[in-house]
Ligand binder design. Structure first.
Ligand SMILES: Cc1cc2nc3c(=O)[nH]c(=O)nc-3n(C[C@H](O)[C@H](O)[C@H](O)COP(=O)(O)OP(=O)(O)OC[C@H]3O[C@@H](n4cnc5c(N)ncnc54)[C@H](O)[C@@H]3O)c2cc1C
Length: 367
């Protein structure tokens, strides 16, 4: 029987673990935390379920939806995002909407800029990309400061890789304000979110919790844990690839988040259908606020909110900086044939749950 060693029990560890197990492999999952599920684990704060994020399932792929929905029934979301514009002293929907321009203090200037947008654009970074699509004023109001803060950048010109993917549906919305109506836009029905998927996926696997991999003998597909060595036929790593090679090409940069949770003594805070509120003003500290109940439908006379503040205390988001992406590629290209680096950290790509499911189905199919 072939043996796979998997580092990390998030989605990108659990999906391959399950699929390999179904193919008759023996699978050992090594997880440094005392729980499985990684960043998508659902916890309780008092009586309130929450998942840091809160990680709804948003996808154009029917295969990813069907795969997950088999184990965790998913409920459709009808969702609007608000953004608070301090200078207008009001909330607008996000992405900015053409019908709202007349209500903005700089309406005339915005319209002038929209009238002269280039038909074809050749953006070289996030800033040129967005100004070419919505003009300087809308960019400054809705996007510029938010992005700098979210990625802890001095200037958005530093973001020179993958910036096209930062468009939510359209840069400037028209018509419908509900987000992604033509995609799967869902959240788990069960109170414990996606947790049952992780349990089902790992049911037939050996799972070592509270276990940090401290050494990597990649050529021999061997890992060092707790003063022992374990060998597999393959290693699937879901952690940052620089760690596998002792940062020999330099440490990869990431951005993290602090999540400040608090319960309020009121049944609902946000208006109907509003799930997130974004804060894009120059002097804001937080990026966004979420009311968890909107996702979980938890019934309570109280409500749980979380404020997200960008931070370097944890590593959650690979950057969109070309030199960092190139560095990650150097690590990944240097891996021996039987070592696979997958998932958000492993590929150093800003990918979501659905991408991870698709990626896992494809790569396990080749084994
Ligand atoms: C704040 C936030 C919000 C998001 N929102 C959404 C969303 O709404 N929808 C969506 O589809 N996607 C969302 N994503 C992205 C999605 O959640 C991730 O792409 C996905 O969960 C990544 O899974 P993973 O298994 O690659 O990583 P993780 O879930 O981070 O799992 C990695 C695991 O490896 C373990 N580990 C690390 N080092 C070691 C070691 N040395 N030894 C052993 N174990 C180790 C960790 O403890 C962890 O359990 C969001 C991401 C973030 C950060």
């Amino acid at each position: 029987m072939k043996k796979a060693l998997i580092i990390g029990s998030g989605f990108s560890g659990c999906v391959p673990a399950m699929l390999l197990n179904e193919k008759g492999w023996s699978v050992t999952v090594i997880e440094k935390a005392d729980f499985v599920g990684g960043g998508v684990r659902t916890f309780l704060y008092g009586e309130h379920p929450f998942t840091y994020g809160p990680r709804h399932f948003l996808s154009p792929y029917p295969e990813a939806y069907s795969f997950l929905n088999k184990y965790v029934p998913l409920r459709d979301l009808k969702k609007i995002n608000y953004t608070y514009i301090e200078s207008d002293q009001t909330f607008f929907t996000y992405p900015p909407h053409r019908d709202d321009i007349g209500k903005m203090a700089e309406a005339e200037q915005i319209q002038k800029e929209l009238d002269v947008l280039p038909e074809e654009s050749h953006a070289i970074n996030f800033e040129t990309f967005w100004t070419q699509r919505v003009g300087e004023t809308l960019y400054s109001k809705f996007i510029k400061h938010y992005n700098k803060r979210a990625w802890l950048l001095d200037s958005n010109t530093e973001m020179d890789f993958g910036f096209e993917a930062t468009v939510k549906r359209k840069p400037l919305e028209t018509g419908e304000r509900y987000e992604f109506k033509d995609w799967y836009n869902c959240y788990p029905i069960p109170h414990d979110g996606y947790n049952r998927f992780f349990d089902i996926a790992l049911d037939e696997c050996e799972v070592l919790l509270n276990t940090n991999v401290t050494g990597f003998d990649l050529e021999r597909t061997t890992l060092h844990i707790n003063d022992q060595k374990i060998k597999g036929d393959i290693i699937i790593s879901t952690i940052s690839p620089d760690i596998l090679m002792d940062c020999q090409y330099g440490e990869l940069k990431y951005v993290g988040r602090d999540f400040l949770k608090f319960v309020l003594p009121i049944e609902h805070v946000f208006p109907k259908d509003v799930y997130f509120i974004y804060y894009p003003n120059e002097n804001d500290t937080q990026t966004r606020v979420v009311e968890y109940k909107k996702f979980t439908l938890h019934e309570s006379p109280h409500t749980l909110l979380s404020v997200e503040v960008p931070s370097l205390k944890n590593k959650l988001y690979p950057t969109m900086i070309q030199s960092e992406v190139d560095k990650a590629k150097q690590y990944i290209d240097a891996l021996p044939a039987d070592v696979y680096s997958v998932g958000r950290m492993g590929t150093y790509r800003y990918i979501d749950i659905d991408d991870i499911i698709m990626q896992s189905m494809e790569f396990v199919g080749t084994l």
